[in-house]
Ligand binder design. Structure first.
Ligand code: GDP
Length: 362
């Protein structure tokens, strides 16, 4: 049962409840409690494919407490040598397009083919909407009951960068725990596809046929990211519409450059509900993986993803440092006043502040 928050200082429903204990006191208490976190047990459990210990490890990654983050980084470092040995697949699509149903169908298909499947998610909106994707496991009933599957909802709360980083770190733990196929679900809203794309080997869009102009229904920019478009609900009276959609998308792809992998985008019809088209899709993924491993693109892409992540993290660290720097903040507030009263242009103000604090180049 959920513990009641007894504090009198409650905020409105729907707004994140602030801590009602002094943070410093809490930190001390947690330091004590942390002694009880047995990192060795979690690490050994992960290597022994223990899903309970894997869950504990991911909970550590998802925690925002500095003491937990230290432990999480230690755990990740230890798991790294055992990670990397999987195929990482991103799945995006508008709400209702059938992502969960597809993951249930694909996951079960893969388990029947002797794979171990972990399902993770990136859903930065989950703390706003209250419910997260994958939160409702009844949508993946059979898969979540399988001992060869591991399903984890999106870490809730926080900005996209943070949520995505936690998902990426969770991939490392899942791989160390022996999961050889990692499915990353993301909602087709905001920038979350770009985040998911930056950590997978193969990126898939689930699309349901619209009312004529198919490309209208597909978010701008997404076609440049995808390795496959799956047109879902392609069954019975929907089949004709789905075929039309497929032809239109194929046609549009002819006018776009071939993806950097050198392999044309796969466009297929599926019925996630009736488990149709899953095998054809998976055969294509296998073909893609084989070809890109042969050409070296598979490994090169992963290395580039790491380099990009380094840059991204560095930018985040610098930004964080700047945001919390008292002197920068003091001058920034002064400049904001000047801009507000039209005494200085935003550009000049920004340059002034930047020039004052930039590092000398020599
Ligand atoms: P998500 O929001 O993208 O995860 O979509 P869901 O997987 O929850 O599916 C949304 C609705 O579409 C549910 O009612 C599903 O049962 C239904 N659905 C999903 N795939 C298919 C399909 O292949 N055929 C049909 N007819 N319905 C489907």
């Amino acid at each position: 049962m959920k513990k009641e928050n007894k504090s009198a200082l409650r905020v409105q429903n729907g707004i994140e409840q602030p801590l009602h204990v002094n943070e410093k006191v809490l930190s001390k208490l947690l330091e004590k409690k942390n002694k009880k976190i047995d990192l060795e047990k979690i690490f050994k459990g992960i290597l022994a494919h223990d899903r309970v210990e894997l869950s504990k490890g991911i909970t550590l990654i998802e925690s925002n407490l500095p003491a937990h983050q230290d432990l999480a980084q230690q755990l990740i470092e230890r798991c790294l040598p055992y990670a990397g040995n999987s195929i990482r697949i991103g799945i995006t699509g508008a709400p209702g397009s059938g992502k969960s149903t597809f993951i249930e169908a694909l996951g079960n298909y893969l388990i029947n083919h002797q794979h171990h499947v972990a399902v993770l998610a990136i859903d930065p909106s989950s703390h706003i909407s209250g419910g997260s994707i994958l939160g409702d496991k009844t949508r993946m009933e059979k898969l979540s009951a399988s001992p060869h599957a591991f399903i984890r909802p999106s870490p809730s709360g926080g900005i996209l960068g943070g949520v995505a980083r936690k998902t990426k770190e969770s991939i490392i733990l899942c791989e160390a725990a022996g999961f050889d196929i990692i499915l990353i679900e993301t909602v087709g809203v905001g920038q979350s596809e770009i985040a998911a794309h930056s950590m997978v080997d193969f990126f898939t869009l689930i699309h349901i046929p619209g009312a004529g102009d198919e490309l209208q229904g597909i978010k701008r920019g997404i076609m440049e990211l995808v390795d496959a478009v799956l047109i879902n609900k392609a069954e019975q009276e929907n089949l004709f519409k789905a075929q039309l959609a497929r032809d239109q998308i194929q046609n549009a792809l002819h006018y776009m450059p071939i993806p950097p992998s050198g392999i044309p985008v796969f466009v297929g019809l599926i019925s996630a509900l009736y488990e149709e088209g899953i095998d054809v899709f998976w055969n294509h993924v296998m073909f893609y993986v084989e070809k890109t491993r042969q050409s070296g693109f598979f490994y090169q892409k992963r290395k580039m993803q790491e380099v990009n992540r380094f840059e991204q993290t560095l930018i985040e660290l610098f930004m964080d440092h700047i945001r919390h720097h008292p002197e920068i903040n003091r001058i920034k507030t002064e400049l904001e006043q000047l801009i507000f009263h039209q005494k200085i242009s935003p550009y000049t103000a920004a340059i002034q502040l930047y020039e004052k604090f930039k590092l000398p180049s020599k």
